[in-house]
Write a protein that binds this ligand. Structure first.
Ligand code: SAM
Length: 243
């Protein structure tokens, strides 16, 4: 899958993209990322990319021409590639949006700065708007990296373990079960016996129940949409009765 990033601060990207799983995914050709500096598409003497807002008030606004030129030079004018604006006003990112985006061969991510982008960019160039949560950051670069990370780990072969993302929290609508590794005892606290039993069917059942228990305690809202079996429902009713 290919990502085109449009930003005023390209230097933010390499340190993260050159690390760990994303680095390996790029080296193996599973993902590719091109970072485009919007400033390169501004042609006045000072390579201006922002201006004061019409109507007055503080802050600066990202200008329409360099952003259009950057995106159209790289992607062409015919559309076809999703152009996603990072904005606190977009739909809030989650695992199912990551899954939805992971089905594209190519996506473009547009990072805002200052007060954001001229509204005509949002109306006429952008195909989707994504927020990473109900708070405001100084720029869209970290949100863009969050999208690249969450999407890439869903692509085939990116994770070492091919089933690695399947049990992750939010993948099946539930939170994941707890994990333990060596040592078997730390400061007087052991590991659940069942995990040391070698009985895979029982471990599987315990993990499913822990996942349900955890979701019920921490995020009961998720259970309304989760895909639950009859056995899951019985277990949850028992838990609620005990409570
Ligand atoms: N004035 C804008 C507003 O109130 O909607 C906020 C602009 S913010 C200071 C600058 C840029 O950071 C935005 O254009 C966007 O690209 C990015 N940004 C900030 N918060 C974000 C969030 N929660 N999700 C995605 N992008 C965000």
């Amino acid at each position: 899958m290919h990502f085109d990033i449009f930003t005023l601060l390209p230097e933010i990207f390499p340190p993260y993209l050159d690390t760990s799983i994303l680095k390996r995914a790029r080296q193996r050709g599973l993902i590719s990322v091109d970072v485009h500096n919007i400033r390169d598409y501004s042609h006045d003497k000072h390579h201006t990319t922002d201006d004061t807002p019409y109507g007055g008030g503080g802050g600066m606004v990202m200008k329409v021409e360099p952003v259009f030129e950057a995106v159209e030079s790289v992607l062409g004018k015919n559309g076809g590639v999703p152009v996603i604006l990072m904005t606190p006003q977009g739909r809030v990112f989650n695992q199912s949006i990551a899954q939805e985006f992971s089905r594209n061969e190519k996506i473009a991510l547009l990072c805002g700065r200052y007060e954001g982008v001229d509204e005509r960019i949002r109306k006429n160039l952008v195909t989707d708007e994504i927020s990473i949560g109900d708070f405001v950051l100084t720029g869209g670069e970290i949100p863009a990296l969050i999208l690249i990370d969450a999407i890439s780990r869903l692509l085939p072969d990116v994770l070492g373990d091919p089933t690695g993302a399947e049990d992750d929290s939010h993948s099946n609508g539930l939170l994941e079960y707890p994990h333990y590794t060596r040592p078997p005892e730390f400061r007087g606290e052991g590991v659940p016996e069942i995990l040391l039993s070698g009985d895979h069917a029982k471990i599987e059942k315990w993990r499913r129940e822990q996942s349900l228990l955890r979701t019920l305690k921490r995020r009961p809202d998720l259970l309304e949409k989760a895909n639950l079996s009859d056995e899951d429902r019985k277990f949850l009713s028992r838990l609620k009765e005990e409570k």
